[in-house]
Ligand binder design. Structure first.
Ligand code: F0G
Length: 429
């Protein structure tokens, strides 16, 4: 019997259904999503805090991972089963120019693009792949807008597993496609969007007995909780007023609320930060539900320059909604122009992030304008992916070549003859 079974189970979010951890399962018999439920009552919070501080001083190995440092809340498996790249340990920057743009005095940006494959997905993937090993999976699969596939391919290669990737053809950022191919993932470009790929991968996984590593997989969510743990540890366990985060398939913000519930339940944090989820206007099913009070309905042809979150039928909308309500948070949407202008600010602050990430800054600014966030609130924004994932969007913006988006803060390259006089003319004019 694996140690993972002790006091832990997969619990349905909709009914009392419970399942053991050592059987592959993503949904309850009733169709509801599953989440890892663990008995935290035996944990001593003050001892935990000391252990986590000590582990953060480790130079190598599992303790040096910004996910496994918190392993009491991640997955209880023997160390030799853990596939880790010492992920996490990402910086929490002062927002600088981006904070001033948003109109917030204390706005910090947690840069998850500093993970080993350049996105927050590595946090969930180290846990997901380790679970795959525990469950003796040989092949893993995912549908992806790019980052999940890059991360899965890298971790699967490290674990000596095969990886199978479904991506929407021609619709993912080039840097991410390059990673999937380079890390050795078998990459299938389907003639449909992400939602079609998500649908297809679930069918293929159940027919061919392949382990599914999208965020419908509850172990992915457990790993992603570590973003929240780490932010709070960086802040000496004092909560910000708000955490602002982009939303696509809605796994990440579900992980955040779960992390906060657990920390609050144990008394490690006293105040619950409000979670604000930001969607792109063209891919906004959660925003529609939230603002019109309507039932969930997928957006048929989602479209946005933030290709990472070009998702119309997010699998985790129920978990997400539950968590946002619990935190007294909100949902906002932002336009293409707002995303790219916010990105120009994040980039020129010397921080840099891919378009979807910058929804955090664009959304925070909008919520300040609407009076939902106060300029004196302490806000943490999540930058989910690295700037170099999508250089096309950067060049397009700065050369004013993006359809429907103006390069309001463009910094275009200047052509100049290769002689001193010509250069001086430009510099001194
Ligand atoms: N930001 C980036 C950079 C992403 O890659 C994603 C999701 C999100 C935000 C949204 O997170 O789905 O948990 O709400 N990317 C997935 C992928 C869908 O396939 O890489 P979410």
């Amino acid at each position: 019997m694996s140690r993972a079974k002790m006091g832990t189970s997969l619990a349905c979010i909709k009914c009392p259904g419970k399942y053991p951890l050592d059987k592959i399962r993503y949904r309850c018999e009733c169709g509801g999503l599953l989440e890892v439920e663990r008995d935290l009552s035996k944990l001593d919070p003050s001892k935990l805090l000391k252990t986590w501080e000590k582990r953060w001083r480790s130079k190598r190995g599992v303790d040096a991972s910004g996910v496994w440092r918190y392993r009491e809340f991640i997955l209880d498996i023997p160390e030799d089963m853990i596939i880790s790249k010492e992920e996490g340990n990402t910086r929490l920057y002062d927002g600088g120019k981006a904070a001033r743009f948003a109109g917030i005095n204390k706005f910090m940006l947690k840069h998850e693009g500093e993970n080993p494959t350049g996105s927050f997905k590595d946090r969930g993937m180290t846990c997901g792949i380790s679970a795959a090993k525990m469950l003796q999976a040989k092949t893993v699969a995912c549908a992806s807008t790019g980052n999940t596939s890059a991360s899965m391919a890298a971790y699967a290669s490290t674990a000596d597993m095969k990886s199978l990737i479904f991506i929407p053809e021609g619709k993912i950022a080039y840097g991410k496609l390059a990673q999937a191919l380079a890390y050795g993932g078998k990459t299938l470009q389907i003639d449909g969007n992400f939602d079609a790929a998500m649908d297809l991968v679930q069918k293929i996984c159940s027919e061919l007995d392949i382990y599914l590593l999208n965020s419908i997989n509850p172990f992915r969510i457990e790993g992603q909780k570590a973003i929240c743990f780490e932010i709070l540890q960086q802040l000496d366990w004092t909560s910000p007023d708000w955490i602002v985060i982009p939303g696509g398939n809605l796994g990440n913000n579900s992980a955040f609320s779960k992390a906060l519930m657990e920390l609050h339940g144990l008394g490690i944090i006293k105040k619950i930060p409000k979670i604000a989820v930001i969607q792109a206007e063209g891919a906004n099913p959660l925003y529609r539900m939230w603002s019109y009070g309507s039932k969930f309905a997928p957006v048929k042809n989602p479209d946005t320059i933030a290709t990472a979150i070009k998702i119309g039928n997010p699998v985790s909308w129920e978990k997400s909604m539950k968590g946002i309500k619990w935190s007294s948070g909100t949902v906002e949407q932002v336009s293409e122009q707002e995303i790219m202008d916010a990105k120009a600010m994040v980039d020129s602050a010397g921080i840099g992030a891919e378009p979807a990430s910058c929804c955090s800054v664009a959304g925070a600014r909008k919520l300040v304008d609407k009076g939902v966030i106060s300029k004196d609130d302490f806000v943490v924004g999540i930058l989910t992916g690295n700037m170099m994932k999508d250089p096309d969007s950067v060049i397009g913006y700065h050369t004013n070549k993006l359809e429907g988006v103006k390069g309001n803060f463009a910094n275009a390259p200047i052509k100049v003859k290769a002689d001193v006089e010509s250069v001086k003319k430009i510099l001194l004019s």
